[in-house]
Design a protein around this ligand. Sequence first.
Ligand SMILES: Cc1cc2nc3c(=O)[nH]c(=O)nc-3n(C[C@H](O)[C@H](O)[C@H](O)COP(=O)(O)OP(=O)(O)OC[C@H]3O[C@@H](n4cnc5c(N)ncnc54)[C@H](O)[C@@H]3O)c2cc1C
Ligand code: FES
Length: 279
Amino acid sequence: MSVELLKPELARIVRIKPMVEDHHLFQVRFEDAETVESFRHRPGQFVEMSVIGSGEMPISISSSPTRRGILEFCVRRVGRVTNALYRLPQNSLLGLRGPYGNGFPIEEMKGNNLLIVAGGLGMVPLRSLLWYALDNRRDFKEITLMYGCRSPAEMLFRYELETLTVRDDMSCLLTVDDKAGQEWDGNVGVATDLFAGVEFDAANTYAAICGPPIFYKYVIQKLLERGFSKGRILMSLERKMKCGIGKCGHCGIGGAKKLVCIDGPIFTYWDVVDMREVI
Ligand SMILES: Cc1cc2nc3c(=O)[nH]c(=O)nc-3n(C[C@H](O)[C@H](O)[C@H](O)COP(=O)(O)OP(=O)(O)OC[C@H]3O[C@@H](n4cnc5c(N)ncnc54)[C@H](O)[C@@H]3O)c2cc1C
Ligand code: FES
């Protein structure tokens, strides 16, 4: 594999915002002014982020391509590289290569209603799509966000999303599995409970979904019951990755018929319906 293909660009962490426990938002800017200008991504794409001296990992771009200059990444601390990232102070340098993956088919989605259903950390890649659609509001018909997480203290982007609940050009439905004794006036129940009472024009709606493994099973079941076709259910999938560019084979699914880093991470349900292990 050519080293050139894997060469990261230096980028500086301009701000670190702790969000909920073990989830920080990193605001990052490329060092090279030309790269800042030329970098383009689609909602749903990811980068390979390297923490110098510790290793590399795939991380979704959580900011919208409509907000240029600063890229935002929400990273959960889980292991070696994420711990090394959390040890870096503001102003530190990172390596970024990408953007990789297909991203959401936004041109095809335009002119339709958009339903975003997120669970837990699944809000991270879908936030890019949400803000892309809101910043290009006239390109989409109705926009609905359904987001569920375990408790109010675990809700990512809570204050940002609460400001959306009062907008009259979209519907933002938030829920927690359990209030856990915390301040919360909103819905209590799992994300699929939010479907009750919402009417869909399934033939003219794209559903974009991302969440923990069990979440896909129940959300897809709801969408099929509501008449969504398999090709209009778009899922963001995660697999262990190494190269991010289709060379190493680490991210193969369906007996390696498809590579998540190239053919995904966005798949329609139709694409993977025969790959039992995927969802
Ligand atoms: C396309 C893509 C986009 C991603 N976007 C984000 C993101 O926006 N924010 C974020 O926090 N994480 C994201 N991830 C997951 C992230 O890449 C892993 O959490 C990270 O690589 C863990 O590195 P580590 O060295 O800290 O953990 P390790 O020391 O390698 O592992 C620690 C634990 O995390 C588990 N783990 C490692 N990688 C993954 C993975 N891909 N999926 C599930 N569990 C994993 C391991 O099995 C182990 O239990 C994404 C993954 C993919 C494939
Ligand atoms: S990560 Fe190497 S082929 Fe996908």
